[in-house]
Design a binder for this molecule. Structure first.
Ligand code: TMP
Ligand code: MG
Length: 212
């Protein structure tokens, strides 16, 4: 007799500039998918709950200073410390909707002037997303949205550079959605693209590692 294996969950990432609407859209997407009866969890990076995450958080709020390469590696380590859990969730059938991932890691550090390939290297071997939903919004528009906060990186000139590096990272797993559309319209597009991805994963699309 056959042992039925569980259809795996999908790794779905939302990316975009600060104030592109990612966090609200993540929450909406998670509740929509849960409402469909799917096993879905909301994740985010940086995960500020861990010891490494607390170091990152204090750096972002300017309470501590760290060398650019050191903070880059801490962001990466913060993903690595969640890798095993991520894999077990996915293989046991849970879909993860993740607010930021390796693309933020590379785009933000490269925007400081660090070498693009050097920035990608520590991400190699993390789980590759099944889908990256990029909320595309001009940096000027993002800045207008109630203004940026006080965290490091939340400045217009810097965000312009981040946007350029994001574009250099696009691959076949990306779907670019116009983040300037009405919230409901963005929400609707994300739902459709995500459902499509989830069924492909249920039907045997293999899990692979970055950067493939
Ligand atoms: P958050 O606002 O989504 O919590 O992210 C905090 C900031 O950290 C945001 O400006 C993007 C930046 N960031 C990196 O520089 N590298 C990374 O690897 C991640 C995940 C975020
Ligand atoms: Mg932020």
């Amino acid at each position: 007799e056959s042992k039925t294996s569980v259809a795996r969950g999908s790794l779905i990432i939302l990316e975009g500039l600060d104030r592109s609407g990612k966090s609200s859209q993540c929450a909406k997407l998670v509740s929509y998918l849960q409402g469909k009866g799917l096993s879905v969890e909301a994740w985010r990076f940086p995960d500020r709950t861990t010891v490494i995450g607390q170091m990152i958080s204090s750096y972002l709020s300017n309470e501590s200073h760290l060398d650019d390469k050191v903070i880059h590696l801490l962001f990466s380590a913060n993903r690595w410390e969640k890798r095993a859990l991520m894999e077990s969730k996915l293989t046991s059938g849970t879909t993860l909707i993740v607010d930021r991932y390796s693309y933020s890691g590379v785009a933000f550090s490269a925007a400081k002037g660090l070498d693009f390939q050097w920035c990608k290297a520590p991400e190699e071997g993390l789980i590759a997303p099944d889908l990256v939903l990029y909320l595309d919004i001009p940096p000027e528009k993002a800045a207008e949205r109630g203004g940026y906060g006080t965290e490091r990186y939340e400045k217009l000139e810097f965000q312009k550079k981040v946007a350029e590096h994001y574009y250099a990272l696009r691959d076949s797993s990306w779907e670019v959605v116009d983040g300037c559309l009405k919230m409901e319209s963005v929400e609707e597009q994300l739902r459709e693209i995500a459902m499509n991805c989830i069924s492909k994963c249920q039907n045997g699309k293999p899990l692979v590692n970055l950067w493939s």
